[in-house]
Design a protein around this ligand. Sequence first.
Ligand code: URA
Length: 255
Amino acid sequence: MVDAQRLRIARQHLETTRLLGVDFVPVRAAAAAAAAALPTTQETRSTPRSSGVAPGGPGLRAERQAALDTLRARHDRECDHCTRSTQHTNIVFGEGDPCARLMFVGEAPGAEEDRTGRPFVGRSGEKLNDMIRAIGLERDAVYIANVLKARPPNNATPTPEEAQRCGVWLRQQIAIISPRVIVTLGKPAANYLLDNRDAMGAMRGRWFEYAAPDMPAPTPVLPTFHPAYLLRAYTVENRRLVWADLQKARERLDT
Ligand code: URA
């Protein structure tokens, strides 16, 4: 195993203990993992750590950001769902690296997201941030969006019909960002992108493909639990399942 890989696994080990809610890490194990996480001189000199971020240079990044900005302006004027919505405060279009290799797709803004105009900034957002860090990435290295861009009244789960009306904009975001992997959070996002009505149990942890005519190749999609569900059902088993899903996504990014 190359040093960079050992380094990543050691870091992830420490993060996993946090994600799984393990309060106690034996001192020797923690010290060994921390020591392994220190870059060797050789690594510092020559081995770039895989960041999960597309290598797109400033030109490509600026181009994609401009395309996303244009798309957002059109969305705000034309979206068949959001222009009819009367109860939201802010549109939550999405945020992150326009060249991200990993994209997370949730269902719809909640109260805090509606207030700030940013996706996943409430309690679910804190959990999502933990999940992102657990695979050795920073939040600003990924892209985060929702199927619905305006908060549904009473935090209702998006209906398939609402998802169809707003989801066309998500599809265009995906086409611009062109991520290597999409992780869907919860059932509505998976059902919309995979065009099915399957139960979460039938989808979670399995690879699917998202194919679109405006994209050169299908994008691998991995459904996992929504962080809000994880917070509600904070069992060791659920945390392990989400951890396994995140590992799968990370491995796919690294290949
Ligand atoms: N839940 C979601 O699905 N999306 C958000 O942005 C916040 C909570």
